[in-house]
Write a protein that binds this ligand. Structure first.
Ligand code: NPQ
Ligand code: MG
Length: 376
C-alpha cells in the first residue's frame, strides 16, 4: 500500500509593500519580495512561506538564492516521494545549509499532509494552547519622539511586550526614552541583529549600560559565529542574553546552552530548517528549563499561521514576535487577517493544516513570477 505522493511543487514570488518602513541594524525594508511554495498531492494543496529577505543581510540566505535552491536542488529530490513532512529533512540532508529554503518545503508538505488528515499543525507539533500572548518588534525610528509615540500606540493595542531594534549609536538613549514612556511594568527587550563589534570597547560598554533598564533580554548583540563573545557578555550582565542568528539547529542550541552563551532562545522555524527541528529545539530547551519564544520575519498570514502553531507548544513561555496582520500589511494573503485581542493574545488556528484560507485572488494580484520544480 502506498499513500499520496508529492506531485507538483510550485514556486511563486509575491511583492507586498509594508504599512511603514522597518529599519534594523542591517537595513531598511519598505516592501517584502516573498517566495511562496505550493505543493499538490492527491487533490490537496499545502503552502509554505520562505522567510528569507531580498538581500543576505540578516543571514546568508536571500530570496533569489532560496528560489534557486528549491528549484535546482531541494525540490527535485522531493518530487514523486511520499507526502511525509518527517521525511523532508532527512531527504534534503545531503545539501548543506539553505535552511530557510528547506523549511519552506517542509511547511508546505506538512500543511498538505495535515489538510488531508484533517489535523491542525498546532496539534501535530504538540501544541497545548488555543491562544498565545504576543509581542511586537519596533524598527529603528527617525526620532525619539516617534519612538515614544510608537511604543505608546503598541501598548494601547494590547501587546504583551515590546522589542526595540538597536544598533551601535542607537541603544542606551532610545531604551531610556522607551522605558521612561512606558514605566517599569511593561516588558521591554532589545534586538541588535549581530551589529556590535567585540573589539570596540565603546560598543561593549553601551551593551553593559543597558543593564539598569530592567530589560527582559538582549537579543543577538554579536555576529552569528561569535558564540564565545556572548558567553563573555553574559558573565558581565545581569540582563539575560538571548540568541537568534547563532541558533541554527538543535546541536548549536545544545552547544550555546552548555557554554552559557544565552539563557533564553529565540526559535524561528525558517532559521533552523523547519518546524520539526524547531519543535526539537523547544524540547531540548524545556528539558533544561530554558525559556523560548517564537521569532518573526515580517511574515504574511501563511508564515504567521505556522508561527502560531509552533508558539502553542508549552515551552514558549515568553511572547513571540507575532503581531497582527495590520502591523505589517494593508491586506494579508489569507482571508481572515490575524488580530490581537485586548489581553494581548492571538488565537492559534485550529483548522486542518495551517488552518488558514488562502486568498488566491489577492495572491494572484501581487504575484511577480510563477515557476515550478521539474523532475531531473
Ligand atoms: C529578528 N525580526 O528577530 C527579525 C529580523 C528581521 C520582527 O524583528 C526582511 C527579511 C526583513 C528578514 C526584518 C523582527 C526582516 C527580516 C527583520 C528579519 O531579528
Ligand atoms: Mg532577532
Amino acid at each position: 500500500m502506498s499513500g499520496p505522493t508529492i506531485e507538483h511543487i510550485e514556486l511563486r514570488r509575491i511583492s507586498l509593500p509594508l504599512v511603514r518602513p522597518f529599519q534594523t541594524s542591517f537595513g531598511t525594508w519598505t516592501e517584502r519580495d516573498i517566495l511562496l511554495v505550493r505543493v499538490v498531492s492527491d487533490g490537496v494543496e499545502g503552502w509554505g512561506e520562505c522567510v528569507a529577505g531580498t538581500t543576505p543581510t540578516y543571514s546568508s540566505e536571500y530570496t533569489d538564492g532560496a528560489h534557486r535552491a528549491v528549484r535546482e536542488f531541494l525540490g527535485p529530490l522531493l518530487l514523486g516521494r511520499p507526502l511525509a513532512a518527517a521525511a523532508v529533512a532527512p531527504t534534503l540532508a545531503p545539501f548543506k545549509g539553505h535552511r530557510m529554503a528547506k523549511a519552506t518545503l517542509e511547511t508546505a508538505i506538512l500543511d498538505a499532509e495535515l489538510r488531508g488528515a484533517g489535523r491542525s499543525m498546532a496539534a501535530a507539533l504538540g501544541g497545548t494552547r488555543t491562544s498565545v500572548p504576543v509581542g511586537v518588534s519596533v524598527g529603528i525610528p527617525d526620532t525619539l519622539d516617534d519612538l515614544r509615540r510608537i511604543v505608546e500606540d503598541h501598548r494601547a493595542e494590547g501587546y504583551r511586550r515590546i522589542k526595540l531594534k538597536i544598533k551601535p549609536g542607537f541603544d542606551v538613549t532610545p531604551v531610556a526614552a522607551a522605558r521612561e514612556q512606558l514605566g517599569p511594568d511593561v516588558t521591554l527587550q532589545v534586538d541588535a541583529n549581530a551589529a556590535y563589534r567585540v573589539d570596540d570597547p565603546d560598543q561593549q560598554q553601551a551593551l553593559e549600560d543597558l543593564d539598569p533598564f530592567g530589560l527582559a533580554l538582549v537579543e543577538q548583540p554579536f555576529p552569528e559565529e561569535q558564540v564565545l563573545a556572548h558567553v563573555d557578555l553574559a558573565a558581565r550582565m545581569r540582563t539575560p542574553i538571548c540568541l537568534d542568528e547563532s541558533i541554527l539547529d538543535r546541536a548549536t542550541t545544545a552547544d550555546a546552552l552548555s557554554l552559557g552563551a544565552c539563557s533564553i532562545v529565540n526559535i524561528k522555524a525558517g532559521r533552523v530548517g523547519g518546524c520539526l527541528e524547531a519543535a526539537a529545539i523547544h524540547d531540548l530547551c524545556v528539558e533544561q528549563d530554558v525559556p523560548v519564544w517564537c521569532g518573526g520575519m515580517l511574515e504574511t498570514g501563511i508564515g504567521r499561521a505556522a508561527n502560531l502553531a509552533l508558539a502553542s507548544l508549552p515551552g514558549f513561555k515568553l511572547p513571540g514576535d507575532i503581531s497582527a496582520s495590520a502591523r505589517y500589511w494593508h491586506r494579508d494573503v489569507v482571508t481572515e487577517p490575524f488580530t490581537v485581542d485586548e489581553h494581548g493574545r492571538m488565537a492559534v488556528p485550529d483548522g486542518p493544516g495551517l488552518g488558514v484560507d488562502i486568498d488566491i485572488d489577492f495572491i494572484e494580484s501581487v504575484t511577480t513570477a510563477v515557476d515550478e520544480v521539474t523532475p531531473r
